[in-house]
Structure formats: C-alpha cells, structure tokens
Design a binder for this molecule. Structure first.
Ligand SMILES: C[S@@+](CC[C@H](N)C(=O)[O-])C[C@H]1O[C@@H](n2cnc3c(N)ncnc32)[C@H](O)[C@@H]1O
Length: 278
C-alpha cells in the first residue's frame, strides 16, 4: 500500500517522544513541501527523535539508529507502553535520584527499566541532550528542572500503535540499502558536517561521525538513487557537502535554531536539503 503525504500527515498529530539534538520538529513546515507526494515504504536510518517519521505516519517503515538505548526505548514503547509509563511515573526529579539512575549500567537492566532510564535522562538531563563519552557512557549533568513531564499518555499510545508497523534496527545507516526498494522514500539525517572544527555536536554515539562517514552517506545516496528510491538528505551548508552533492537538487532552508545563545549572535542559519527528485 502506498503512503500518500496528504491528508494522513495532518490528522492525528503525533509528537516526538524525546528531545534530540538536531531534531527536525521545527523544520517540518518547510520540509512538508519537499517530501515526495507518494511513496511505498518509508526508511529513516538516522532516526533520533523520529520527527519526520511521526509526521509522515507511514504504513510501513524501517527505522535505524546506532544508539542502542534509543532503539531499545522505541521497542519498549511499541511492545510495553503501559508498563513503561507505570514505571517512569515512580521516578523522582531530583539530583540524587538523577545521578543514581545515570550510574546504572543499562546492560544489567530489563528492557523496560532500560527504556525508563533513557526517557528519564532525556527529560531531566541538562538541555535534554543525549551525549556519551568515548567509552559510550552517558555524561550529561542534571538539568535542575523542578517539574518534568515524562510523557503525554495519549501521544505515547498513538506512537506505540504507529511503531507496530515499523521494523526497528540498532545498526549502521548503510543497512538501509538492504531494505529500500524502488518507489520507497528514504530520509537521511546524519550528524551534520561541521562548519568549523568545534561547531557541531556529533557525540550521539561513542564513535562520532567522520568525513569518511559522510562519504559513505554519499555512496548510500547514490546506490538508493540507482535503485529508484526517493532520497532526501539534510546537512549543513558547507562547501564540502555542496560539492559532494552538486549533481542533485540542493535547496537552502532557514533553520529555526540559532548559532549561539548570545544575543548578538542570534541569526537563523541556512541548512541544506538535498534530493534526487524535484
Ligand atoms: C541529526 S540526528 C537525527 C535527528 C532526527 N532526524 C530527529 O528529527 O530527531 C542523527 C542521528 O544519527 C544517529 N547516528 C550516528 N551515527 C550513526 C550511524 N553510523 N548509523 C546510524 N545512525 C547513526 C545518532 O544516534 C542520531 O540519533
């Protein structure tokens, strides 16, 4: 069955369940005009908060991310939403409790406890950032929030239902090539190529994301194009990315985020959307 973009994306709104660096929630209004109007299956190999997936609400999807905690979380939302909501509702928002949860070794927990830990840290850590060190250990300090809403019940249940149509994989984005077929839509949102040495956040996983990884993204983009998929990629407005993708359709979009929080530097920034279709 084909997913057609309208009107399905406008009914029954589902919001992302987690805050995520580089999340595309604020760009959906602009992106809406850039998605293909119709497609078969949907693939999102850099899932993060899944802003685009939850917006499109596809009939069938393959969702990939290298972050094990994130993928386990979505599996639990799909398979055990009630147990997850029940458990996290017992968690307290204070500094001691935060560091106790942070210190837990995810591999020693049950799937549901692990998902609750992930959601808890996502909502109570400073800036809602998921950042790990080179050993893969979550290292964000307590966010000093007084009150935190861990979930919206209706929304989480709708997300759970939608995820039942999805294959979830914790793996490298290149896996997408095995699943995507002619007529499918693939949205690629890798950690952005840095505009300067220190500019961009890339520590979603312990490995980071290198220039070679961006060259692999390009190879995947080409392979999917040859297969007859609709492919859309988000990345920074950098000369390297522009040159690499010069044979494709490049659209500049104004991102609703700011370069820095200092008043004098608050300028919206241009990002690129690159597609293999008009
Ligand atoms: C820019 S974020 C995606 C944001 C997402 N579009 C959203 O709206 O929240 C990039 C994601 O890529 C994931 N990632 C990093 N390296 C990866 C790899 N080699 N393969 C698959 N996913 C990877 C990160 O864990 C992160 O969730």
């Amino acid at each position: 069955m084909q997913t057609s973009l309208f009107p399905s994306s406008s009914v029954e709104k589902i919001s992302p369940l987690v805050k995520w660096a580089g999340g595309k929630r604020n760009l959906l209004k602009v992106y809406k005009k850039l998605f293909p109007k119709r497609f078969n299956n949907y693939h999102e190999p850099f899932l993060g908060s899944g802003a685009v997936f939850f917006f499109l609400k596809p009939q069938k999807a393959v969702l990939i991310d290298k972050n094990e905690e994130l993928i386990n979380f979505y599996e639990v939302v799909r398979d055990h939403p009630l147990e997850l909501m029940e458990l996290i509702s017992t968690y307290k928002v204070d500094k001691d409790f935060y560091y106790r949860i942070r210190e837990l070794e995810p591999k020693n927990l049950s799937k549901i406890e692990r998902a609750a830990r992930f959601l808890y840290l996502n909502k109570t850590a400073y800036n809602g950032l998921w950042r790990v060190n080179s050993k893969g250990k979550f290292n964000v300090p307590f966010g000093r929030y007084k009150k935190v809403k861990f979930f919206d019940r209706e929304n989480l249940l709708k997300a759970s239902k939608l995820l039942k149509n999805a294959v979830l994989l914790c793996s490298d984005f290149e896996e997408v090539v095995k699943y995507a077929q002619k007529g499918d839509f693939v949205y690629l949102d890798p950690p952005y190529y840095p505009l300067s040495e220190t500019a961009n956040f890339r520590n979603y996983t312990s490995e980071g994301f290198s220039k070679e990884d961006h060259l692999r993204v390009y190879k995947v983009f080409k392979t999917l194009t040859e297969k007859g998929c609709f492919v859309m990629l988000s990345n920074s407005n950098s000369p390297f990315i522009r040159e690499l993708f010069k044979d494709f359709v490049i659209t500049e979009v104004f991102a609703n985020r700011f370069i820095n929080s200092k008043a004098d530097g608050r300028k919206p920034i241009i990002e690129l959307v690159i597609r293999n279709y008009e």
